[in-house]
Design a binder for this molecule. Structure first.
Ligand code: CUA
Length: 348
């Protein structure tokens, strides 16, 4: 007993769609859920999949079924199928349904975008500066100065607005755990809004091919408790040695403490290990010179210049403008002193 081909196609299509939707919802597609913006975006993604899968499966079922069921058989080589005439009702139907679907999904997506970009009065403004191949985050302060960092620090449950700029080419600021991303475009400021909701550290990624160092243009977003965030901000605000004693950063460090700070900076704030191999620090980057080989015999002054003015002299076999030129700004004076002390120590 043979059923009508259309009924067979519908049955096969319905079963395949159901399997596809179950699989799509069962797989966990998303990284950590660390911002208020995540839920609406994830739900939108799920809805898009639920709507798209049956359409894809239906088209594939009709094609594959037809290839199999209506294939040419021996003796039919010179035959032609029956002529096909227009069917107005069918055409209206297959134009109207996709149009309704598209308009509904676009309206829904617009509503989600509007929702996640809602302005808040108490926004924390963070300036994001992209340069080949590093991120710089600045926190404008009441006194007109700014706290500058190469890693992103955010207080939990605080609405944040990122003002994103590029100094050279197109980059793209992306924190997968916050879901949102936007291009950094030379000559203009783009904006993103996020409210982090979960303590932790999450990758910051450049999502636009921007040159040789694109793959290492990464940083880390740290979501802290508001108290810890304020402590971090205060520690970065502390000016260079102030008369009458000052914050933690101003105090004198012993040589051993300086070397320890340098090692921590190498693997942490400075992010040096992403590009440089250094056995002592346990890093194995290959974008820049292997420090286990090139450091020997360098003076502290030469090491310092190599960090703050990387284009001053380029190791043979490496191109200029790969190492970010702004470590002199993004690292504190003490971190820089530490790095130089550390590198001088390990190179001996
Ligand atoms: Cu910046 Cu890719």
């Amino acid at each position: 007993m043979r059923r009508h081909p259309i009924i067979q196609m519908v049955v096969i299509g319905a079963i395949a769609s159901a399997i596809g939707i179950v699989l799509a919802l069962w797989i966990n597609w998303f990284p950590a859920d660390a911002a208020k913006q995540d839920q609406p975006i994830d739900t939108l993604y799920d809805v898009l999949m639920i709507v798209s899968i049956p359409i894809f499966v239906l088209v594939m079922t009709v094609i594959l079924y037809s290839v199999w069921a209506f294939r040419m058989r021996p003796g039919q080589e010179n035959e032609d199928g029956p002529p096909v005439h227009g069917n107005t009702r069918l055409e209206v139907f297959w134009t109207a349904i996709p149009a309704i679907l598209l308009v509904s999904l676009c309206s829904y997506a617009y509503a989600v975008l509007n929702d996640i970009e809602t302005k808040h009065d108490n926004e924390l403004v963070v300036k994001v500066q992209a340069v080949q191949f590093a991120w710089t985050f600045s926190y404008p302060q009441a006194d007109g100065r700014a706290v500058v960092s190469s890693q992103l620090y955010l207080p939990k449950d605080q609405p944040v607005r990122f003002d994103i700029q590029s100094e050279d080419v197109l980059h793209d600021f992306w924190v997968p755990a916050f879901r949102v991303k936007i291009d950094a475009v030379p000559g203009m400021t783009t904006r993103l809004r996020v409210t982090p909701t979960k303590l932790g550290s999450y990758p910051v990624v450049c999502a636009e091919l921007c040159g040789l160092g694109h793959s290492v243009m990464r940083s880390t977003a740290h979501v802290l408790t508001p108290a810890a965030f304020n402590r971090w901000l205060a520690s970065k605000q502390a000016p260079a040695p102030a008369a009458g004693g000052g914050g933690g950063e101003a105090r004198q460090l012993s040589q051993a403490q300086l070397v320890a700070l340098g090692r921590a900076t190498f693997t942490g704030d400075g992010g040096c290990g992403a590009c440089h191999t250094l056995a002592d620090a346990g890093t194995s980057g290959t974008t820049g010179p292997d420090l286990d080989r090139v450091l020997t015999g360098q003076s502290e002054d030469e090491l310092r210049t190599d960090i703050v003015d990387p284009n001053a002299r380029i190791a043979s076999g490496y191109a200029a403008n790969i190492m970010p030129p702004n470590f002199g700004q993004t690292l504190s004076g003490q971190q820089l002193d530490g790095l130089v002390a550390y590198l001088a120590t390990v190179s001996k």
